[in-house]
Ligand binder design. Structure first.
Ligand SMILES: NC(=O)c1ccc[n+]([C@@H]2O[C@H](COP(=O)([O-])OP(=O)(O)OC[C@H]3O[C@@H](n4cnc5c(N)ncnc54)[C@H](OP(=O)(O)O)[C@@H]3O)[C@@H](O)[C@H]2O)c1
Length: 366
């Protein structure tokens, strides 16, 4: 309510927070499951590991990160990749990125940046930038942790993203575009030569003009089957995947049980209308809603990161289709793994697109 300055403010006789509290109490009487939530609401800097780099930036120095020897991000990544314990100065990094880096088998994290009203873009498809600097840092760290970043063709057409790692140390992952109808523009920036490119298409679709074509079957709903996409990429040595958007793509992966971890970065802005975030099949009642164990991190830019352990829901429910919640089906069947190492997967020379490309496999089916 906006109150004109020349009129006295009438205070309600009853504190206005009474009513919401009553609503919460009514819900609790119905035994609605509460989920498991851990709040890390530390005062800024929210990640103590970032303090040296932010001090440098505040002092007007150009370096965004601390000297290599002391860079907590680098120390953390090296320890995690080597299977060593995390240095004590990197505990928050371990909490957020450790499960991804330390996973033994295929691991899929999906990330979405959205407004308070659950929008991921304006009505015109503009999403740059809903999130603040710290949330963007987080996104680039996720990219640096994975073997491949996966986007739907809608995001490529709308944003023309590079999908590279630019805001932290780390190699850029391979790029995967899900493009069932061959809409990928030849000039798309994600086709850059700094990493391998894969284009996911149907079994009968012609080969993509760029990158390695990965053919997967359609599921019963007529979409390219997300678990089959995960399996096909794992067979090519791409085990750690970041599903970066848009909402249609992430929703497909989530609805088919192909996501292990969901990161939602909520920014304190209200767009009002526009492209909505996740859309899953309806649940009959709130009791059937997905309530993953979730860690909540307050970021320095005022964004809030919800780190949802979707795989834990599958484990809790026994990992069977019958036991899973209504809007999360059976556990993903992990595919046999390919034997290329991480350097191979990211090496563009082994996957360079175009005629005569090394490793290109235009007729390769799952
Ligand atoms: N805020 C954020 O975090 C964020 C991140 C990324 C993107 N965005 C925004 O999101 C918008 C784009 O999102 P979007 O949901 O419209 O599109 P999208 O998810 O990027 O792409 C959807 C399209 O990709 C293809 N596709 C993806 N998965 C498929 C599957 N399993 N089977 C078959 N086809 C599949 C289909 O292509 P066809 O239509 O050709 O069949 C589908 O329509 C843009 O405005 C972008 O700016 C926001």
């Amino acid at each position: 309510m906006i109150v004109p300055h020349d009129r006295p403010v009438r205070r309600p006789a009853v504190p206005f927070f009474i009513e919401p509290l009553q609503i919460v109490a009514r819900n609790q009487r119905k035994s609605v499951p509460t989920g498991e939530t851990t709040v890390h609401a530390a005062a800024p800097p929210y990640w103590p590991e970032d303090a040296p780099a932010r001090q440098l930036a505040a002092a007007g120095r150009r370096e965004r990160t601390a000297a290599p020897a002391q860079d907590p991000w680098r120390l953390f990544v090296e320890a995690a990749r080597a299977g060593r314990p995390t240095p004590s100065a990197c505990r928050t990094l371990e909490a957020i990125y450790g499960p991804l880096l330390r996973a033994a088998g295929p691991f899929v994290v999906a990330q979405l940046g959205q407004s308070l009203d659950g929008r991921i873009a304006t009505v015109d498809g503009c999403s740059h930038y809903i999130n603040g600097a710290a949330a963007l840092d987080h996104l680039h760290r996720l990219r640096a942790c994975v073997d491949a970043v996966v986007v739907g063709i809608g995001t490529v057409v709308a944003d023309d993203p590079r999908l590279t790692v630019r805001r932290c140390r780390g190699a850029s992952p391979a790029r995967v575009v899900i493009d069932p109808r061959g809409r990928l523009p030849a000039t798309a920036r994600c086709l850059g030569d700094d990493a391998a490119v894969f284009v996911v298409r149907g079994l009968d679709a012609p080969a993509a003009p760029a990158g390695e074509t990965v053919r997967v079957p359609h599921d019963a709903d007529g979409r390219l089957d997300p678990p089959a996409i995960v399996a096909a990429l794992a067979a090519r040595g791409l085990r750690r995947l970041l599903i970066e958007g848009g909402a249609t793509t992430i929703s497909h992966f989530l609805a088919t049980g192909a996501v292990d971890r969901l990161h939602v970065a909520v920014a304190p802005l209200i767009i009002g209308s526009g492209v909505p975030g996740l859309a899953l099949p309806p649940v009959p009642a709130l009791e059937a809603a997905l309530r993953p164990p979730t860690a909540v991190h307050l970021l320095a830019d005022g964004n809030v990161l919800f780190d949802c352990d979707i795989a834990a829901v599958r484990r809790k429910e026994g990992g069977t289709a019958d036991a899973a919640p209504d809007n999360l089906p059976a556990a993903r069947q992990d595919a046999p793994l390919g034997d290329r190492d991480l350097r191979d997967r990211r090496d563009p020379a082994r996957h360079r697109h175009g005629p005569g490309a090394v490793g290109a496999d235009p007729g390769h089916a799952v």
